[in-house]
Design a protein around this ligand. Structure first.
Ligand code: RFL
Ligand code: PHB
Length: 394
């Protein structure tokens, strides 16, 4: 049996990029179909980002999905960088006039799912063997298996929002696609725990034993990370071992306030910098992690995904409302200019804060000197602050 569905924009992937794009387009009267190879429970269960830029908060407000974010999100005026136990506060608000908001990606995803379910739009979960076809034609189509049935979606445009391991990027022919990549020789071991955070603001800590991050999800739920070997296994890390190592890296003064408990999630994420160019091929556009990955140190991944979607939705809405293709024609070049700046910042902060196994004593002194410079220079701190809160859209 084959089923054929028609739509204007076929969105592959219902992570934050795909869901937000669907929501913004639905609000503008553009019809979409969303396809994911997983189901809603799995997607909502993925513990990932926690820090939203103001631009992201505004995008969610404008899309009409920020009520709970306003009630439960935690605005933060600053973050700490710590080096071997010494702390330096980056006064985000004082240096830039802007703040960030702590609100879990899982919560944002739930809000977007609820909105879309409410609007009664089409979802296909658990889709298998998704293929993108005729991307250079006027009517591309996406085919997949769904509950034993073959489904074909005929559309005007395809939005590849299917993350780093998706199929959309690879639908661009090899002689067109260029990729740029740096794989870091370590990962982050993350733990979620129902205990109040160790500190009111986030702490990014450089330590001889490796990087550590103290973050949070709510006044009663904390998120912590420690740098670990890229081949490390979660099963090697009992909760006790994790708390002991985290305490050492945060330093005695901070660790004195650490409330430990049974972890409710524990996972390892590899660190990578990656960019794919171009972000458009024929009538397909890439958005979010499908096109670029940053190491999580700068808290940029989800925020970049949201700004991609803002730029793409603006282009598509202009096309459908006014027949104006100016923005979709510039999409790849405009987005990539911003992406590369976020790549630079995420790489810089990662390079400063982690232990690199192959670093010489000279390179370690360079890290220390950079921290000392930051601590004593308002200009250097402002540079970190303006990137952390997010560079302007244009
Ligand atoms: P996602 O979230 O990966 O969603 C892609 C969706 O596509 C589906 N999919 C497919 N569907 C159909 N067919 C296929 N062949 C498919 N292949 C895949 C998947 O099932 C999935 O549902 O990509 P998206 O939407 O672009 O969103 C990107 C963000 O998830 C990501 O950038 C952030 O999580 C990165 N990130 C952070 N970003 C921030 O802005 N601030 C942070 O504080 C932050 N912390 C983090 C992070 C990422 C982390 N990890 C685990 C990598 C912390 C961590 C530890
Ligand atoms: C998180 O809370 O998961 C988090 C916060 C800041 C980062 C990365 C992850 O830079």
């Amino acid at each position: 049996m084959t089923k054929t569905v028609k739509t204007q924009v076929c969105i592959i992937g219902s992570g934050p990029s795909g869901l937000l794009l669907a929501q913004i387009l639905a609000n503008a009267g553009v019809d979409t179909v969303l396809i994911d190879r997983r189901d809603r429970a799995y997607i909502e269960g993925r513990i990932r980002a926690g820090v939203l830029e103001q631009v992201t908060v505004k995008a969610l407000e404008d899309a009409g999905v920020a009520d709970r974010l306003h009630r439960e999100g935690m605005p933060h005026d600053g973050v700490y960088l710590a080096f071997d136990g010494e702390r330096h506060r980056i006064d985000l608000k004082g240096l830039t006039g802007k703040t960030v908001t702590v609100y879990g990606q899982t919560e944002m995803t739930k809000d977007l799912f609820d909105a879309r379910t409410g609007a009664g739009q089409q979802f296909f979960f658990d889709a298998e063997d998704v293929t993108l076809n005729d991307l250079k034609a006027d009517q591309p189509h996406v085919a997949f298996m769904h509950g034993g049935e073959k489904v074909t979606v005929e559309c005007d445009y395809v939005a590849g929002c299917d993350g780093f391991h998706g199929v959309s990027r690879n639908a661009i022919p090899n002689d067109v696609l260029r990729t740029f990549e740096r794989v870091y020789p370590f990962g982050w071991l993350g733990v979620l725990v129902d205990k109040p955070p160790v500190n009111e603001e986030l702490i990014y800590a450089h330590h001889d034993r490796g990087f550590a991050l103290a973050s949070m999800r709510s006044p009663t739920r904390s998120r912590y990370y420690i740098q670990c070997d890229v081949n490390e296994k979660v099963s090697n890390w009992s909760d006790d071992r994790f708390w002991e190592e985290l305490s050492l890296r945060l330093g005695a003064e901070t660790a004195a306030n650490l409330q430990t408990g049974q972890s409710i999630e524990k996972s390892i994420a590899p660190l990578r910098s990656f960019v794919a160019e171009p972000m458009r091929y024929g009538n397909m556009f890439l958005a979010g992690d499908a096109a670029h990955i940053v190491p999580p140190t700068g808290a940029k991944g989800l925020n970049l995904a949201v700004t991609d979607v803002l730029m793409l939705s603006r282009g598509l809405i202009e096309h459908y409302s006014n027949g104006n293709d100016h923005y979709i024609d510039r999409y790849s070049q405009d987005v990539l200019a911003r992406v590369w700046k976020a790549e630079r910042f995420s790489w810089q902060l990662s390079t400063l804060m982690h232990q690199f196994p192959d670093y010489s004593p000279f390179e370690k002194r360079m890290q220390r000197a950079e921290f000392d410079y930051l601590r004593n220079s308002e200009a250097a701190s402002r540079s970190i602050a303006e990137n952390y809160v997010g560079l302007p859209m244009e």
